[in-house]
Ligand binder design. Structure first.
Ligand code: FES
Ligand code: FES
Length: 190
């Protein structure tokens, strides 16, 4: 019987060797990037070691601590619970993409203002969860923010300054929306 180069019968589903690396392409923070990964390589390792996006931290590698959180097609996800091959063709956002070309994003500024980080190991993951959450729940209560943060472990801050930073950003964005709304209406009427 004819065989594939891996020894499988022709027509059988494709089989990858354990040490074989496969090229995947994804959009990282708005830029198309491509790299090689092993079949069982975690997305967190691929981002850090193959693409050099070391802002994403790895703590427990069991989906518990939240340090590795990125956004996959806009939704916060643990990159240690996803294989790199599953990210092929998808949009991945990491903490490196949060800041504008110069300076810091508003969430990052608020974290700095409120001293919402100490060692900073948890910070990248928390920022990515907050970025996603505030888009879905733009004006959360303190209880909602605390509930969202329950998916993250921070050993340094006691969480209170993080909660203050998130609520501060939510309030400033709401103020900006209120200012922008009448201007947008005027623009439509003109
Ligand atoms: S490293 Fe992914 S959840 Fe802890
Ligand atoms: S700032 Fe150190 S773990 Fe959160």
């Amino acid at each position: 019987m004819s065989k594939t180069p891996h020894g499988a019968p022709l027509g059988a589903p494709p089989v990858m060797r354990r040490d074989e690396r496969q090229r995947i392409t994804l959009t990282l923070n708005g830029t198309e990037r491509s790299g090689l990964c092993a079949p069982r390589e975690l997305l967190s390792d691929f981002l850090r070691h193959e693409l050099g996006a070391t802002g994403t931290h790895v703590g427990c590698e069991h989906g518990v601590c939240g340090a590795c959180t990125v956004r996959v097609d806009g939704v916060a996800a643990r990159s240690c619970l996803m294989l790199a091959v599953q990210a092929d063709g998808r949009a991945i956002d990491t903490v490196e993409g949060l800041a504008p070309r110069e300076g810091l994003g508003d969430l990052q500024e608020a974290f700095r203002r409120h001293h919402a980080l100490q060692c900073g190991f948890c910070t990248a993951g928390i920022l990515m969860s907050c970025a996603d959450y505030l888009e879905r729940v733009p004006e959360p209560t303190e209880a909602q923010v605390r509930d969202m943060l329950s998916g993250h472990l921070c050993r340094c801050t006691g969480y209170t300054p993080i909660v203050a930073a998130v609520l501060d950003v939510a309030a400033s964005r709401a103020r900006l929306r209120r200012i922008a709304a009448p201007l947008a209406e005027e623009h439509c009427d003109a």
